[in-house]
Design a protein around this ligand. Structure first.
Ligand code: NAD
Ligand code: UGA
Length: 462
């Protein structure tokens, strides 16, 4: 590890995942004056961060890592040493939904977070600023401050919240030019001083008017609310997609018409087979749990419906496939195009494709999965079902003898495939279920396909 003296600040991040890796790489690339070290208990992940094949697929990430790695960006498993040397500690460990005990299925599991707090106390010999980068329930900072400041070494820990708003697949753009950076602190003298230090880090490349400050609780809550609002838009348009199918309205036309109202805005109005990703469901359920614990039953139910609508959209998609394919898919080959939860990532956490694949297998279909980046993760997600599932990175191979294609992920390359060739390789009648509405439906119909978009009239030859 390089010496610290040549740097004006020593920053570390605990947790080298989808957030910790890219955010710290960006800080290091933009601020050569700081030493930035990312640590993790997972030695394999750290080794990958130090290699040419990074542990996550994210467009533009390797280039940013390469600007700073070995100069002022380091990846290490030596957590204690990094903590001891640090002035500012970002914590970006995973905060999944609890799968045991009180709050099972809704509350955030804070065991990884608390473990880092204990590691910090153990390894520290000087005062530190601790920054919640992970998404946490409102008022977690308070609990953390109590745990940390219960140390008997006379060390002061100031806990701030700086939630991350990047989206996977566009992480580098989001970090380079964020809509806003939010920094929440206590309003005490020490809190405000720490806040200014963190503002100064981001001010190296983010315009000052995009750096917002608030109290800690607003920052924590804003992160949960941002994800809840984004997911709510998708559930809202997905609910309308169902109505469109019954009424001959077209969901894309509806999205366009409402999105041109500047009060509504045009983004995040694409109907889909359902939202996925590691955070939307977890963060909304966490919000629901918090509301329930304050006795706000109606508020909790309001937000829980966003998740329930998403579950319904996934079930409905499969039901529609079965009904369309003459009420049985047993023994039929179905090619899933895409398995990642969105395009431009290999991440499959909570991908709608997981539920869809499992439901298809339950119906005794043979599922062939193709994806440019996510085959490895897909195989892990479907462990236990592998008898009925096959994988190939080549979509033309996936459709060999298939009865149907279902589009799961909006990868650009699927728009330009040679569907005439694909049609020839498939069983007839050949079906396409476009769970992302990315294909040219009329063109597919003209080739011979029976086409079932979402929230639009179907194109069928019988
Ligand atoms: P992740 O699972 O990819 O990474 C977390 C990392 O923390 C893992 O590598 C794990 O080994 C490490 N870790 C766990 N406990 C540790 C410990 N005690 N010491 C050292 N390392 C430890 O998770 P992620 O997707 O990066 O998400 C992290 C947090 O950021 C979550 O709270 C999530 O809600 C939030 N978030 C995620 C995204 C996203 O796009 N993935 C965006 C915004 C916010
Ligand atoms: C989301 C938020 O956009 C980020 O701001 C946030 O930081 C992050 O969650 C997090 O906290 O983890 P992410 O899940 O990476 O980011 O990706 P999104 O672009 O938000 O997509 C989420 C899901 O919604 C995907 O499955 C996507 O396909 C789906 N989606 C998105 C739709 O179905 N329709 C849309 O119009 C937009």
């Amino acid at each position: 590890m390089a010496g610290t003296s040549q740097f004006s600040m020593n920053i570390i991040c605990i947790g080298a995942g989808y957030v910790g890796g890219p955010t710290m790489a960006m800080i290091a690339a933009k601020c050569p004056q700081y030493k930035v070290t990312v640590v993790d208990i997972n030695a394999e992940r750290i080794a990958a961060w130090n290699s040419e094949k990074l542990p996550i697929y994210e467009p533009g990430l390797l280039e940013v890592v390469k600007i700073a790695r070995g100069r002022n960006l380091f990846f290490s498993t030596n957590i204690a040493q990094a903590i001891n040397e640090a002035e500012v500690i970002f914590v970006s460990v995973n905060t999944p939904t609890k799968t045991f005990g009180e709050g099972t299925g809704k509350a955030a599991d804070l065991q990884y977070w608390e473990k880092t707090a204990r590691d910090i106390i153990k390894a520290s010999t000087t005062d530190k600023i601790i920054i919640e980068k992970s998404t946490l329930p409102v008022r977690t900072a308070h609990a953390m401050e109590r745990i940390l400041n219960a140390n008997d070494k006379g060390i002061h820990f100031e806990v701030l919240s700086n939630p991350e708003f990047l989206a996977e697949g566009s992480a580098i753009e989001d970090l380079e030019s964020p809509d806003r950076v939010l920094i929440g602190s206590q309003l005490t003298e020490k809190g405000l001083e720490a806040r200014q230090k963190i503002v100064n880090i981001y001010a190296n490349w983010v315009p000052k008017d995009r750096i917002l400050t608030s109290n800690v609780w607003s920052a924590e809550l804003s992160k949960l609310v941002a994800n809840a609002f984004l997911a709510q838009r998708i559930s809202s348009i997905n609910s309308i997609s169902m109505l469109c199918e019954c009424t001959e309205a077209n969901v894309s036309e509806v999205s366009r018409a409402i999105g041109m109202d500047s009060r509504i805005g045009s983004r995040f109005l694409s109907a889909s087979v359902g939202f996925g990703g590691s955070c939307f469901k977890k963060d909304i359920l966490n919000l629901v749990y918090i509301c329930e614990s304050y006795g706000l039953t109606e508020v909790a139910q309001y937000w829980e419906n966003v998740v329930l609508m998403n579950e319904y959209q996934k079930r409905r998609f499969v039901k529609n496939m079965i009904k369309t394919m003459f009420n049985t898919i047993a023994g039929k080959k179905i090619a899933l195009f895409g398995f990642a939860f969105k395009a431009n990532t290999g991440d499959t956490r909570e991908s709608p494709a997981i539920d869809i694949a499992k439901q298809l297998v339950e119906e005794r279909a043979m599922v062939i999965i193709t994806d440019p980046q996510a085959i490895g993760n897909a195989a892990k997600d479907l462990e236990g079902q592998l008898e009925y599932v096959k994988f190939t990175s080549d979509p033309y191979e996936a459709v060999d003898g298939a009865h149907a294609i279902a589009i799961m992920t909006e990868w650009d390359e699927y728009r330009t495939l040679d569907f005439t060739q694909i049609y020839k390789k498939m069983e007839k009648p050949a079906f396409i279920f476009d769970g992302r509405n990315i294909l040219d439906h009329q063109k597919l119909y003209n080739i011979g396909f029976n086409v079932y978009p979402l929230g639009k009239e179907s194109w069928k030859h019988f």
